[in-house]
Design a protein around this ligand. Structure first.
Ligand SMILES: Nc1ncnc2c1ncn2[C@@H]1O[C@H](COP(=O)(O)OP(=O)(O)OP(=O)(O)O)[C@@H](O)[C@H]1O
Ligand SMILES: [Mg+2]
Length: 187
């Protein structure tokens, strides 16, 4: 199976879930994440801002800020430079950017990669070895490659997004852990 086929298939499967099913699964995933040592030991969390049928991160952002953690989220510069991370104090300061995804504005404070201690990674499909497929921009591969190696990279996904084998290439960066609505996979 090639990446293009897997992406199409997963987007289709995600479209098929009802909003009620989605909120149930989102709650299960958030509960597992909030109970984890990764969350509880973190001070500065990088997370994607969920869009459409992606696993919700809006509630995670709200809860983490309430818990006194610092949150930074991506701002896409361009295809060549990739994305940077900026601190936010809530979703209210975000506006639609690349592809309509909510992101911080130009004046937002840049986050230093060395300060982050937990990275929440999106994706369309994963395997149990930590293999990952995103939307095909290479934005996350580039971003994750430039991170210090000891920061945990935790993917959040619906359980059906875990497949047997992801075709991985040299530039593809693996995740350390996948949290789904059914459980936690240590890669
Ligand atoms: N570290 C990198 N530096 C430069 N180009 C890269 C890097 N990582 C990936 N790319 C390029 O980005 C393109 C898309 O990569 P890939 O198919 O792995 O995307 P993806 O993992 O699905 O996307 P994303 O990382 O945004 O979630 C490829 O053409 C690849 O060569
Ligand atoms: Mg990739």
């Amino acid at each position: 199976m090639d990446k293009v086929f897997i992406r199409k298939e997963m987007i289709k499967r995600r479209e098929e879930i009802s909003l009620a099913q989605k909120s149930h699964m989102d709650r299960e995933i958030l509960k597992r994440l909030l109970e984890s040592k990764y969350y509880n030991n973190s001070n500065v969390i990088f997370t994607f801002v969920s869009f459409k049928k992606e696993v919700d991160t809006h509630n995670l952002i709200g809860q983490a800020l309430k818990d006194g953690k610092k949150i930074c989220v991506p701002r896409v510069i361009n295809k060549k430079s990739g994305m940077v991370a900026c601190y936010i104090d809530g979703l209210h300061s975000l506006t639609p950017g690349c592809m309509g995804i909510l992101e911080p504005g130009e004046n937002a404070v840049l986050a230093n990669k060395d300060d982050m201690d937990l990275i929440i990674v999106p994706g369309l499909a994963f395997d149990r070895k930590g293999g990952r497929i995103g939307y095909g921009g290479g934005y996350y591969d580039k971003f994750l490659e430039e991170l210090p190696g000891d920061i945990p990279k935790v993917a959040i996904a619906y359980d059906f997004q875990i497949i047997h084998d992801i075709p991985m290439h040299q530039h593809d960066i693996k995740v350390d852990l996948i949290i789904t609505d059914k459980g936690i996979y240590y890669c």
